[in-house]
Design a protein around this ligand. Structure first.
Ligand SMILES: Nc1nc2c(c(=O)[nH]1)N[C@H]1C(S)=C(S)[C@@H](COP(=O)(O)OP(=O)(O)OC[C@H]3O[C@@H](n4cnc5c(=O)[nH]c(N)nc54)[C@H](O)[C@@H]3O)O[C@H]1N2
Ligand SMILES: Nc1nc2c(c(=O)[nH]1)N[C@H]1C(S)=C(S)[C@@H](COP(=O)(O)OP(=O)(O)OC[C@H]3O[C@@H](n4cnc5c(=O)[nH]c(N)nc54)[C@H](O)[C@@H]3O)O[C@H]1N2
Ligand SMILES: [Mo]
Length: 690
């Protein structure tokens, strides 16, 4: 037998899921030969359709990267210096257990879990870890870095974090991509948008920045950041004023139309246009096109959420489809997240019933504040699935916290991140190729299994396993601390909800992916049936009123904006955006040669009108600064961004940037109106030649 034949006989294909924080949640197939992964490709799940993004198609370079942390480490240098010596797992676990036990005797709330979305699998994102920290009585963490404002906005309006099936957008005649750059951040959705366009549909991108998606759209509308709710109210003013509503749908399936009609009278196109920095005719044309084109889809995303009025902006835009009856068609409606369609009982995995006492909750978007000023203090922090030194706002405060000599810090990661440099103990994590998991998605309607393709590299361990071991060391003897990862996968799917019919772990594991039990052309609200208290789309919401919000859609101006008069605006006249870079995934991949090569160097897009008076030429090194801090980037002068808005695609590792800093030096810990969410894009700066 020749070597080729031998290879062929030992090759096996493992069905997996991309674990990253991206709406696409791709199906993957991993080819394995003699215990080594040798190829990855996109799976046959319809949404993935056999292709992966440029980052994940090179996943083996990440998995087998020479910089992987492969055994536990203990700090030998100063905090932040990143000097470590190898220790054994036994030493590492013994030290963590001893420190946690000692602090817990005093007050377990002084221990803080710090995790976010390094992996989105239900097991490795939130299961054994939550059980462990609940049982310990540790502080709870409110995970608000990404989507919590919009989730509340949707819940008030539609009743849950639900919407149209993004896969159906290929059939839309109009797609409004609002505050999103899908070519970068939602690639497989973009292929549906491109298909809609090929079939003669129109694609309008609403974004202050001329993104790749904006360039490829039929039309690009560039409002000032944080003004989207005003634009939506202006569109409703036109739609209602010109009687372009779907009166039958409004009567049968909405609540509070008269109050809404009254409200939007205060938003005539001229005034809205002035707020948004657009022409009034744009507002009118957009409204007419939206109301008269069927089916029309709105892909709403995170751009407008990361502002003072982010929750209300999502709520306001989410009212549009009911007004024009867009929900009648599977290819119409609004898509922000499909998360709640899964109807899973996360409590089974996370076991909130284990919580000891009444621990406080710490907001992750104000982590810097918590680590420097919380009372009682945070004495120990355990970071996993998260790189807070790079990704949390207001870095100066975050770093002041992590630099505290009296803070005991554990970081569990694949790489020595900016955060790991501050760790007392570093633990090696597995990639998704090395552990079990099960995935839902927030951008489609499939469930995916992830089987390990290879054994853990070096001494790496999955999150779940480390918490199992720590629970044993701390004497937690509840049986749930002995569940295996496959037990957890099984429990994750244990739901008797009709949409989960037929989806159990054994079946899913065999097939790799399964669609929720919903029709192919899923038009969830064609006949109303919203999961709100009234069963209608709530233009007027008592839920909102009870939560202390305006019961009607409204425009909440950004705190820091060229469109909001303030003393700050006089000193820092430019709006600063730091949206996802194409070749990074938040700060993941941003340490890998291939991604760094593709992304170039930290840069700042600035319009010629803003560059000229500052004496900035294309290619100059510039300082981006405000009262919170500063970082440096290479200026790209051109029309890619609109006047008064500068843009620095992110999130770069600080220690791999020329000045050791990144965009979060200037972002603020102020919170959005809803969900305690971060306001990364509600930020004024000035720029000068360095
Ligand atoms: N390649 C890549 N993909 C990613 C990520 C990544 O880092 N890299 N991150 C993942 C994660 S965690 C998330 S949450 C999603 C994010 O997904 P998206 O929200 O789709 O993120 P972006 O693609 O940056 O799109 C946001 C756009 O909003 C614009 N914007 C900023 N402020 C405003 C505003 O006030 N109004 C409007 N209309 N637009 C505004 C920005 O210029 C930007 O182009 O992407 C996921 N996918
Ligand atoms: N300026 C600015 N800041 C932002 C944003 C922005 O647009 N602009 N976006 C925000 C958004 S939307 C988000 S979602 C957050 C994202 O913030 P994070 O969720 O922190 O995402 P990453 O930066 O990718 O860091 C995830 C870390 O988890 C590690 N990891 C991966 N898999 C595992 C695993 O199985 N186990 C363990 N223990 N670790 C693992 C990765 O190696 C990586 O270091 O950032 C936010 N920060
Ligand atoms: Mo995110």
């Amino acid at each position: 037998m020749g070597t080729d034949e031998l290879r062929a006989t030992t090759r096996r294909i493992v069905k997996a899921a991309c674990p990253h924080d991206c709406p696409d949640t791709c199906a993957m197939e991993i080819a394995v030969e003699n215990g080594r992964a040798v190829a990855v490709r996109g799976g046959d799940m319809p949404f993935t359709a056999g292709t992966l993004c440029t980052k994940v198609s090179r996943y083996l370079e990440r998995t087998y990267h020479p910089d992987r942390v492969l055994h536990p480490l203990r700090r030998v240098g100063r905090k932040g210096e990143g000097r470590f010596a190898r220790i054994s797992w036994d030493e590492a676990l013994a030290e963590i257990a001893a420190r946690f036990a000692e602090i817990a005797v005093e007050d377990p709330q002084q221990i803080l879990p710090c995790s976010y979305a390094g992996t989105m699998g239900l097991v490795q994102y939130a299961s054994m870890d939550r059980r462990f920290f609940h049982r310990l009585g540790a502080s709870l963490l409110d995970r608000t870095l990404c989507s919590s404002a919009g989730k509340v906005g949707l819940r008030i309006t539609l009743g849950a974090t639900v919407g149209m099936d993004p896969e159906r957008c290929a059939d839309s005649r109009l797609v409004i991509v609002w505050g999103s750059n899908p070519i970068v951040s939602n690639l497989h959705f973009w292929s549906r948008v491109a298909e809609a366009k090929r079939r003669g549909g129109r694609v309008v991108v609403i974004d202050p920045y001329r993104t790749l998606s904006a360039e490829k759209a039929s039309e690009h509308v560039a409002p000032l950041p944080g003004t989207d709710a005003a634009l939506a109210l202006g569109m409703m003013h036109v739609i209602i004023g010109e009687n372009l509503i779907d009166a039958d749908y409004v009567t049968r399936h909405t609540l509070g139309f008269d109050a809404l009609a009254e409200r939007v009278r205060a938003y005539p196109p001229g005034e809205v246009a002035a707020i948004c920095g657009l022409g009034a005719e744009t507002v009118v044309r957009l409204a007419r096109e939206y109301a008269t084109t069927k089916p029309a889809a709105i892909r709403l995303n995170y751009g407008m959420q990361r502002h003072a009025g982010g929750g209300m902006a999502v709520r306001t835009i989410a009212c549009l489809p009911a007004l024009v009856g867009a929900w009648r068609d599977a290819a119409g409606g609004v898509a922000l997240s499909t998360g709640d369609w899964y109807a899973l009982d996360h409590g089974t995995l996370e076991r909130p019933d284990l919580v000891r006492g009444r621990p406080r909750t710490i907001n992750q978007s104000a982590l810097g504040e918590a680590l420097t000023a919380a009372r009682p203090p945070v004495k120990a922090i355990y970071v996993y699935n998260n790189n807070p030194v790079a990704v949390c706002p207001d870095s100066r405060k975050v770093i002041a916290g992590f630099a505290r000599e009296d803070l005991f810090t554990v970081v569990h990661d694949l790489f020595l991140t900016d955060t790991a440099d501050y760790a007392d103990i570093v633990l090696p994590a597995t990639t998704s190729l090395e552990h079990w998991d099960v995935h839902k998605s927030y951008g489609h309607l499939y469930v995916l299994a992830n089987a390990p393709a290879i054994a853990p590299l070096g001494e790496a361990k999955p999150n779940s396993e480390v918490f199992r071991l720590l629970a044993a060391r701390l004497g937690f003897d509840e049986p749930c601390f002995r569940d295996s990862d496959e037990d957890l996968c099984r429990q994750a799917l244990a739901s008797d909800h009709p949409r989960m019919r037929g989806i159990d772990w054994e079946t899913l594991k065999g097939r790799g992916w399964m669609r929720l039990a919903v029709p192919e052309r899923f038009a969830p609200f064609a006949e109303g049936g919203f999961p709100t208290p009234s069963g209608k789309c709530e233009f007027h919401s008592e839920t909102a009123r009870e939560m202390g919000y305006d019961p009607l859609p409204a425009y909440t101006p950004p705190r820091e904006s060229p469109s909001t008069p303030s003393p700050l605006r006089e000193r820092y006249p430019l709006a600063f955006l730091s949206p996802p870079a194409r070749h990074f995934l938040n700060s993941s991949f941003a340490n890998l040669g291939f991604a760094l090569q593709d992304e170039g160097e930290p840069h700042l897009d600035i319009h010629p009108e803003d560059a000229r008076p500052r004496g900035i030429a294309d290619g100059d090194l510039v300082r981006v600064f405000n009262d919170r801090g500063e970082f440096r980037a290479r200026a790209r002068v051109g029309p890619r961004t609109r006047p008064q808005v500068v843009v620095a695609p992110s999130v770069w590792w600080k220690k791999l940037s020329p000045d050791g800093r990144n965009a979060n030096e200037v972002t603020s810990q102020a919170l959005a109106d809803m969900g305690g969410a971060a306001t990364f894009y509600d930020c004024l700066v000035d720029v000068a030649r360095a």
